[in-house]
Design a protein around this ligand. Structure first.
Ligand code: CMP
Length: 144
């Protein structure tokens, strides 16, 4: 990634603000900026979770398969992250994330994220809390 530095990353999302500068720099050095057209699938339910994403532009929908129908779970916007559940649980993706408009994300490789967040307990706690809240929310929605 050439045009987002560690200070900008900290401004994008509080999860990165909770990391120290060295951790952010490491993640930035391994990150990949990606653009997606409207309706493009950014990650798909059931796929392995090899990447963690931060939305730097645009909005995405999050949905999960409900007996063959896509059940809407959430809409995420600039500054929000996704892909943390598979990463933390070491399990396949729990949902499909689709661009609702032209979208830009920064992707970080799983192993580096795990390493950097393990060394920053406060940031790891934030990530785990979000993951838990979202998992509970998904369970509730799937039972509606
Ligand atoms: P993961 O399961 O790795 O990949 C799909 C992502 O969608 C997931 O991580 C979360 O980041 C996100 N996600 C899943 N369920 C919800 C939800 N209920 N609300 C918001 N985001 C969610």
């Amino acid at each position: 990634m050439s045009d987002v530095n560690d200070a900008e990353l900290a401004k994008f999302s509080k999860i990165f603000a909770a990391l120290d500068e060295a951790g952010r720099k490491k993640l930035v050095s391994l990150s990949v900026k990606k653009a997606f057209a409207k309706d493009a699938v950014i990650c798909r339910e059931g796929d392995p979770g090899t990447e963690f994403f931060v939305l730097t532009k645009g909005t995405v929908s999050v949905s999960a398969d409900d007996f063959g129908n896509a059940k809407a779970l959430a809409t995420l916007g600039t500054g929000q992250f996704f892909g943390e559940i598979a990463l933390l649980a070491g399990q396949p993706r729990q949902a499909t994330v689709i661009a609702l408009e032209p979208v830009e994300v920064v992707g970080f490789p799983r192993d580096a994220v795990v390493e950097v967040f393990r060394a920053a307990p406060q940031a790891l706690t934030l990530l785990q809390q979000t993951s838990l809240v979202r998992t509970e929310e998904t369970m509730k929605k799937m039972m509606e």
